[in-house]
Design a protein around this ligand. Structure first.
Ligand code: ADP
Ligand code: MG
Length: 623
């Protein structure tokens, strides 16, 4: 039935309630209405595309499939027009006047193969995938900003007349037949006075670019095309060129560099995901910039849900850029506030696992690219290895270190380290130091070298923390090589060392001479060339940690430092000191003090070097 005069309808009671909620509280950002209405227009166009495939005659068959948005800041209106399926009079009433009715939902149902019929083909499947539906309230979001909404619509069905649906959102709407309307729907929104900003071209442009950049149909704002980038993540990998990926990355991440790595994948179970992830060239946190914000955006069928979703990825993946799109997101109330945490958790799990697998493959098949990535972003993997128990095992495998067996600049994994171990080695040794030269010239390494034990070199201040949290790998304990508890196997005693008795005499004298500065003095089995080394007597605080604590808290009273001094009875310095300590005790005392200071310097434990200067001058006098 059609009428020539306006006919008035009351909204269902539920709709009135719904409108009240929508207008007053459902959406926190009013601008969302643009996204909802543009999504409806895109849905209608997608439906039309499908209809054109299945129906012989469609009204205005040659119309371009596009969305046109126009703003008029004088009249304070925004108009959104599409050339999609349109609505008949009955559909206007049903779709815009009935609660919890989703036309898209029904459309989806109509696409599903009915039992007994041939299964729906490729086209209906992709049409289904492209429909943004499932919401009950999208259209009503217009009333957040509108004092009146007019919906002009003409169905694709050739014989149906066009109508205009009008409402101020308070309690009723009117429908009237109109002429001069081409196929599709035109929404004219008369803005409330305090929402006049949405009649501004630049304002709407920003909103469209943000939320609707990847909508498949052209969107023209006041005659100018706004969306030019494709939703690359939904296309087949083998059809995409490297340059397209790079261009997409630059657009999506607002970046200027070339991505270092990329991962493009899709999954169906346990949840539908299309993801396109990028690792940028540089780690910006490294330059002392602020902590990176999560910036893998979450989409549902090409429409932005959240540009910076908090829990989509674990913290340590905050350097990633890109897009995750899932059709399974429950959007029945609002796309904006996601209530279903478990869904996000599922997404998180699948993506993280897949990305870790990707890194593992990169490390295997493209070791140079991986090394480059690791040099830049390894810190994040370390953070994850130390903090993220769920993924610790995978992450630890991805860590890389230089070692006493690698060349400078080359690294080894823990798995490779273990593969080189002797049968009786139960521990994985590491040394923390500022760089390779410092570790190699220090006294701690030589005992391990002499016994052919590989030692990992750690140069970053977090390494100590990471190693102590990772604790073990492949059943072997990660052990600091400069730890006082480390026991090394005996080496054959070389010729010309101080005798056991003389050594004992010397260590006793040293303890007496150095007094409180040392907890213990003993002969060492770690030393080969160096005369002495210092080991922190405090089990719970490594030299590195102690330095960090001091750096963080300069004014705190220094905890008195006590070390164990280990001496090398084979060293010429110790042999000479043994002779001097009776012949010239004063000079020997100066030498003993200096040996301790030297050992403390190597250990990174010397707090104050000034007494050393005066002492050295005294020693120099006697040369
Ligand atoms: P949803 O999009 O989740 O179905 P909406 O409230 O956004 O919910 O829209 C309700 C219904 O109104 C849609 O399902 C659709 O049938 C119809 N509709 C809305 N906008 C249009 C449009 N531009 N063209 C055709 N139909 C539309
Ligand atoms: Mg909608």
């Amino acid at each position: 039935m059609s009428t020539a005069t306006p006919q008035k309808f009351e909204f269902q009671a539920e709709i009135k309630q719904l409108l009240d909620i929508v207008i007053h509280s459902l959406y926190t950002h009013k601008e969302i209405f643009v996204r909802e209405l543009v999504s409806n227009a895109a849905d209608a166009l997608e439906k039309l595309r499908h209809t054109q495939l299945t129906e012989k005659t469609v009204a205005d068959d040659t119309l371009e499939l596009a969305i046109s948005v126009t703003t008029d800041d004088k009249a304070k209106t925004i108009t959104i027009q599409d050339s999609g399926v349109g609505m008949t009079r009955a559909e206007l009433i049903e779709n815009l006047g009935t609660i919890a009715h989703s036309g898209s939902k029904q459309f989806l149902k109509s696409l599903a193969p009915v039992s007994g019929e041939a299964p729906a083909g490729q086209d209906s499947a992709s049409a289904r995938a492209n429909l943004i539906g499932q919401f009950g309230v999208g259209f009503y979001s217009a009333f957040m900003v509108a004092q009146r909404v007019r919906v002009y619509s003409r169905s694709w069905r050739v014989d149906e007349p066009a109508h205009v649906w009008t409402s101020d959102g308070s309690g009723s709407y009117e429908i009237e037949e109109v002429s001069d309307q081409t196929r599709g729907t035109k929404l004219v929104i008369e803005l409330k006075d305090d929402c006049a900003e949405y009649a501004s071209d630049s304002q709407i442009k920003g909103i469209l670019e943000r939320y609707s950049a990847f909508v498949s149909f052209p969107i023209n704002l006041n005659g100018k095309r706004v969306n030019t980038v494709q939703a690359l993540w939904l296309r087949a990998k083998n059809e995409i060129k490297d340059e397209e990926y790079t261009e997409f990355y630059k657009f999506q991440a607002h970046a200027f560099d070339e991505p270092r790595l990329r991962l493009h994948f899709s999954a169906d179970a346990p949840i539908s995901i299309n993801a396109l992830l990028f690792v940028p060239q540089d780690n910006t946190e490294k330059f002392g910039f602020a902590r990176a914000e999560p910036s893998v955006a979450l989409y549902c069928r090409k429409v932005l849900i959240d540009a910076q979703p908090k829990d989509l990825l674990p913290e340590w993946l905050r350097f990633l850029k890109g897009v995750v799109d899932s059709e399974d997101l429950p959007l029945n109330i609002s796309r904006e506030t996601m209530q279903d945490r478990t869904l996000i958790e599922k997404l998180n799990k699948v993506i993280t696992k897949r990305f870790l697998k990707f890194l593992d493959e990169e490390a295997k098949h493209r070791p140079d690219a991986y090394a480059g990535f690791y040099a830049e972003f390894g810190l994040f993997l370390k953070e994850g290895a130390a903090m993220d128990h769920t993924h610790k095992e995978q992450l630890v495998k991805l860590l890389r270190f230089e070692s006493s067996l690698t060349e400078k600049g080359k690294t080894t994994s823990l798995a490779d380290y273990v593969s080189r171990l002797g049968a009786d080695q139960k521990e994985i040794y590491y040394l923390v130091g500022p760089n390779r030269a410092a570790i190699e010239s220090g006294p701690y390494l030589e005992g391990f070298k002499a016994r052919n034990l590989e030692v990992l070199f750690c140069y970053e201040s977090v390494d100590e923390y990471v190693m102590s949290h990772v604790r073990e790998f492949d059943g072997r304990k990660l052990t600091a090589a400069d730890h006082a508890d480390v026991k090394l196997a005996d080496l054959p005693k070389p010729e010309g060392a101080l005798s056991a008795d003389d050594t004992k005499t010397l260590t006793t004298w040293l303890k007496a001479t150095l007094g409180e500065r040392v907890a213990e003095v003993k002969a060492s089995d770690r030393l080969v060339d160096s005369p002495a080394l210092a080991l922190n007597a405090d089990k719970f605080m490594s030299p590195h940690m102690r330095r960090m604590m001091k750096a963080m808290n300069k004014d705190a009273a220094d905890s008195p430092l006590r070390v164990n001094l280990e001496i090398n009875p084979r060293s010429a310095v110790m042999k000479r000191l043994f002779e001097t300590h009776t012949a010239a005790p004063d000079k020997a005392k100066l030498v003993a003090e200096q040996i301790l200071d030297n050992a403390l310097i190597s250990a990174g434990l010397l707090d104050d070097a000034t007494p050393m200067v005066a002492r050295l001058y005294k020693l120099l006098e006697s040369v």
